[in-house]
Design a protein around this ligand. Structure first.
Ligand code: 5GP
Length: 141
């Protein structure tokens, strides 16, 4: 059982913002900035593809509403990073899907980095990747 399942079950405390039949949202215990919120599905899937499409989409709908709410508070929010680390290799620490909402403001010192900027890829390589992914995408559309 992950920490988030325990929070959802009420076995661990959390500062909730919102709860509905598909997801809950609460404050991150180690906020990158004031107002750092997590949106977490009730389904205990580790990966985004483990969620049904409606639940996956719902996370973003709720995130948008929370962002709008934050913008109406005194929390500094000149922009925000909204991200999801999908899998341990992508930096996911809690193996239960969650969307981060991190309010940002000039000079906050927060760094979200994917390393140095890579060189531009060859068009041929990009086209090949687009074709392969696109073919599978169409089969699922
Ligand atoms: P990840 O690295 O998996 O994308 O993010 C996990 C997030 O969960 C981290 O930002 C971390 O601070 C937060 N977190 C870990 N344990 C708890 C907890 O017990 N309560 C809350 N509210 N957040 C937690």
């Amino acid at each position: 059982m992950t920490i988030f399942e325990k929070i959802i079950a009420g076995d661990l405390p959390a500062s909730f913002i919102h709860q509905d039949e598909r997801c809950v949202s609460f404050m991150d215990i180690h906020p990158l900035n004031e107002g750092h919120v997590l949106v977490v599905p009730r389904t205990p899937a580790a990966r985004l593809t483990g969620l049904d499409p409606e639940t996956a989409a719902h996370l973003f709908t709720v995130a948008r509403k929370i962002l709008e709410a934050i913008q109406h508070t005194a929390i500094r929010c000149e922009g925000a990073n909204i991200f999801l680390s999908d899998g341990e290799i992508a930096g996911q620490e809690v193996p239960h899907v969650h969307l981060h909402i991190v309010p940002r403001f000039r000079g906050d010192g927060v760094k979200l980095t994917f390393g140095k900027k890579p060189p531009a890829a060859d068009r041929e390589v990009l086209d090949r990747a687009a074709q392969t992914i696109g073919a599978h995408f169409k089969r699922r559309a």
